[in-house]
Design a protein. Structure first.
Length: 301
C-alpha cells in the first residue's frame, strides 16, 4: 500500500532556508521570499531539477540563475504563442475549405467521412463541437440561433471559429487518406507528418496557455520531416528526436517554423526565435533540445 503524502507546508522564510540547505546559493533572502511568494516553491524547484542530485543541488548554482531560467522559459512560451494564431486559424481554413468544396456546408457532420478510433468517435466529436458552438457568447452564434432552425448543424465556417486545435487534430487524423493528402499538399507537408505535428503542437499550445514549464521538458516522439535528406540534416546539425536526452522542444519548434512559413511566407516568426535563442548558453540550449549552430542550417532558412 502506498503511503499518503503528509509533508507539512513551509513558511516563505522556511522555503528559502530549505533551498539553502540543499545547496542553492541565495545572496538576497528577501528577494528570494518575494519570488517564491509570486511563483511558489514547487514551480521554482521544477527549474532546479537539472541540477539536483542525491546530496542536493550542484555547487555554484544561484537563486538568480534559476530566476533567469524562468524568465527565459516565459519568453519562449510567449514567442510560441505568437505563432499560434497563424497556425490555428490557418490550419482550420486549410482543412475546412477543400472539405467545403467537396462535401458541402456541413461536411464535418457527415459521419461516413470519418474513421472511428480510440481517440475519435464522430458522435462524441459532433456533440462536443455543437455544445461548444452553442455555448459561445459571440454575436454570430446568437444571430444563427435566432434566425435559423436548429434541426441541422450550423455551417462549417461557423463551427470553424469555435473548435479547438486539439479537435482539428483529431478530425484531420480521422479523415480518409485521400482527403488528408489533399489538405496537406498546399502546405508542402505529407499528411502523416502534418497529423503528427498537429498532435504535438496541441500539447505545446496547451502547456503555453497554462503557463507550465517548457524548459527541460521531455516529450513523446513525433514525425520529424518528410524526406530523408531533411531528416538527416536535422539530426546532424539541429537535434536528434530519437535520442532520449533530446526528445525536447526543438522538433516542435521546427514544426512551427515549417507551418508558419507555409501559411505565411512573409512571417518573421523563425527570425524572432533565432534572436531569442542567440544569447542562450549551450547547456541551457541543450535542455531545449538544440545543438550549437542549429540556427545557421538551411532547414531553418
Amino acid at each position: 500500500m502506498q503511503p499518503s503524502y503528509d509533508k507539512s507546508p513551509l513558511t516563505l522564510p522556511e522555503q528559502v532556508e530549505h533551498l539553502r540547505q540543499k545547496g542553492l546559493v541565495i545572496g538576497d533572502p528577501q528577494r528570494a521570499i518575494d519570488v517564491l511568494r509570486r511563483v511558489g516553491l514547487y514551480r521554482f524547484k521544477g527549474y532546479l531539477l537539472p541540477y539536483k542530485s542525491s546530496e542536493g543541488y550542484a555547487g555554484g548554482v544561484t537563486f538568480e540563475d534559476i530566476e533567469d531560467l524562468m524568465a527565459f522559459d516565459e519568453a519562449l512560451r510567449l514567442h510560441i504563442l505568437t505563432a499560434m494564431p497563424l497556425v490555428e486559424v490557418g490550419i482550420r481554413q486549410a482543412i475546412s475549405q477543400p472539405m467545403l468544396e467537396r462535401y458541402g456546408v456541413r461536411w464535418y457532420a457527415c459521419e461516413e467521412l470519418f474513421a472511428a478510433s480510440d481517440d475519435f468517435q464522430h458522435s462524441e466529436f459532433l456533440r462536443k463541437a455543437l455544445d461548444e458552438f452553442h455555448g459561445m457568447p459571440d454575436l454570430f452564434v446568437g444571430h444563427y440561433r435566432e434566425k435559423y432552425h436548429q434541426t441541422e448543424p450550423p455551417p462549417a465556417w461557423m463551427i470553424t471559429e469555435t473548435m479547438t486545435l486539439g479537435s482539428w487534430s483529431k478530425l484531420f487524423e480521422s479523415l480518409p487518406q485521400e482527403e488528408r493528402d489533399l489538405i496537406a499538399l498546399p502546405l508542402g507537408i505529407k499528411a502523416s507528418t502534418l497529423a503528427s505535428w498537429l498532435h504535438a503542437l496541441t500539447i505545446v499550445r496547451n502547456i503555453c496557455a497554462h503557463h507550465s514549464r517548457l524548459y527541460d521538458r521531455t516529450f513523446n516522439t513525433m514525425g520529424l520531416a518528410d524526406d530523408r535528406r531533411t531528416k538527416r540534416l536535422l539530426r546532424q546539425h539541429s537535434f536528434d528526436e530519437r535520442d532520449e536526452g533530446a526528445r525536447r522542444l526543438a522538433p516542435r519548434l521546427y514544426a512551427l517554423h515549417r507551418l508558419t512559413c507555409a501559411l505565411d511566407p512573409q512571417t518573421r516568426w523563425t527570425a524572432g526565435l533565432k534572436t531569442l535563442l542567440a544569447p542562450v548558453p549551450p547547456d541551457t540550449l541543450a535542455r531545449v533540445g538544440f545543438r550549437p549552430g542549429w540556427h545557421g542550417q538551411s532547414e531553418w532558412a
